[in-house]
Design a protein around this ligand. Structure first.
Ligand SMILES: Cc1cc2nc3c(=O)[nH]c(=O)nc-3n(C[C@H](O)[C@H](O)[C@H](O)COP(=O)(O)OP(=O)(O)OC[C@H]3O[C@@H](n4cnc5c(N)ncnc54)[C@H](O)[C@@H]3O)c2cc1C
Length: 384
């Protein structure tokens, strides 16, 4: 079905803006108290379970979910404002990010009653964390070619295989794992399923893959005869492809797809105001801010679609494509501008720039590469 790429302008209500002020005040206080130092790419790399629990206690996780499952029944736009502020401040939100963004919504849509009751309230309290188990050593973009498999046994499934590039698997409690549960047919999308794997189970091995910064964020995860009970199957056996694609739409739809390096932009502007600036610098930063404003309008439009219950898959893919290029561009332009001025003494700027430059190679890969995303957009609007 051909989809429209129309994104409507969204006006945020007074109540929502009031919430933004609450979040800002909380974050400023946390910085003053030394709870965290702002970082770029904090949603993927800055893990702080205590901070996630604080957000849970304030009702800022599981915001849109039913109260029955520990949620707060607030709007998608209220959730948007909270996530936007957390990212803009470079807060340490990695621990709960995947669970709040996509695992919870996946369970709400496809999970059984036991899963909803067992997991959702604890995700909303910031107490349990999930990893995403999609990519494998020989399957990244071509996800349907995965070979991790589960065989039916009495009372559950026996899982074998491996996953790679698994963010936070060494710190998470569970992984939603895409695997093959029946042999491949001509339709490669058939026979795939999603299992909730307890990462403390016998037969699970998590090995680190260090980033070039030396940080431990990624992992390889191996499964050797891991037992997964029947009630840990998400949705329907064989429907894993459809379910994973719905989950990926949540994964791509948020403001983290253009705000990963926003803390650097703020500090760059501070450097220009306080230390060194000329016309070229002002024009470059002006262009960045203009692009940011457009992307934000588009991203808010995606949140508006979520609010109406419309799947944002194609429009979210468009914002992800443009947004991830933009967050790389902030790092590039900051680097170029600094080389014009050798007298910059702002240490925060230098540290954020290093963060941004070293993390930016992954921005256009994670959550689907640029080429794959453009394929989705092209198919969605009927030109492929
Ligand atoms: C920071 C980061 C965090 C990540 N976290 C996770 C995680 O938590 N869980 C998880 O499962 N995965 C994770 N990944 C993995 C990520 O999803 C994959 O890297 C991505 O899907 C690409 O797969 P690949 O690396 O195997 O590259 P490949 O699929 O081998 O692609 C290599 C290149 O070929 C291009 N290409 C491939 N197929 C086509 C095609 N059909 N047409 C045109 N070009 C094509 C790609 O665009 C790319 O440029 C993460 C990656 C990064 C960078």
């Amino acid at each position: 079905m051909v989809k429209s790429l129309e994104l409507k302008t969204v006006q945020l209500s007074e109540k929502t803006e009031k919430l933004r002020q609450e979040v800002r005040q909380f974050l400023k206080k946390e910085i003053q108290e030394g709870t965290f130092i702002p970082h770029c790419d904090s949603w993927l790399s800055n893990w702080d379970a205590e901070f996630s629990r604080k957000l849970g206690q304030r009702g800022w996780l599981g915001m849109t979910w039913p109260k029955q499952y520990g949620g707060h029944e607030r709007s998608a736009l209220e959730r948007y404002v909270v996530t936007e502020e957390l990212l803009a401040f470079g807060a340490p939100v990695a621990a709960h990010w995947f669970a709040d963004r996509q695992t919870g919504p996946l369970f709400l849509r496809y999970g059984n009653e036991k899963q909803k009751n067992e997991f959702l309230p604890r995700i909303a309290q910031g107490e349990i964390y999930f990893s995403i188990g999609l990519s494998e050593p020989n399957s990244g973009s071509d996800l349907a070619s995965i070979s991790t498999n589960a065989k039916k046994i009495d009372g559950g499934w026996l899982l074998n295989g491996s996953k790679v590039w698994t963010s936070g698997a060494h710190l998470s409690h569970y992984m939603v794992t895409l695997c093959r549960t029946s042999t491949k047919t001509e339709n490669r999308h058939e026979g795939l399923s999603q299992l909730i794997v307890d990462l403390s189970s016998s037969g699970v091995t998590v090995r680190p893959i260090k980033l070039m910064t030396g940080e431990h964020h990624f992992n390889e995860v191996f499964f050797e005869d891991v037992f997964v009970p029947d009630d840990r199957v998400v949705g329907t056996i064989g429907d894993g492809w459809k379910q994973s694609m719905a989950e990926l739409a949540y994964e791509r739809s948020g403001p983290e797809r253009f705000l990963s390096t926003f803390p650097l932009l703020v500090e760059l502007i501070r450097v220009l105001q306080q230390e060194a600036s000329n016309e070229i610098m002002k024009i470059s930063v002006g262009r960045l801010v203009a692009r940011l404003t457009t992307l934000r309008e588009m991203s808010l439009g995606v949140a508006g679609l979520l609010e109406k219950g419309v799947s944002p898959d194609v429009t979210a893919a468009l914002v992800k494509d443009l947004g991830t290029k933009f967050e790389c561009q902030i790092a590039e332009i900051a680097r170029e501008l600094v080389s014009y001025s050798t007298r910059v003494s702002n240490l925060r700027f230098k540290s954020l720039l290093a963060d941004a430059l070293l993390h930016s190679p992954g921005f256009t890969l994670r959550g689907g590469t640029t080429e794959i995303i453009r394929g989705i957009i092209a198919r969605g609007i009927g030109i492929r």
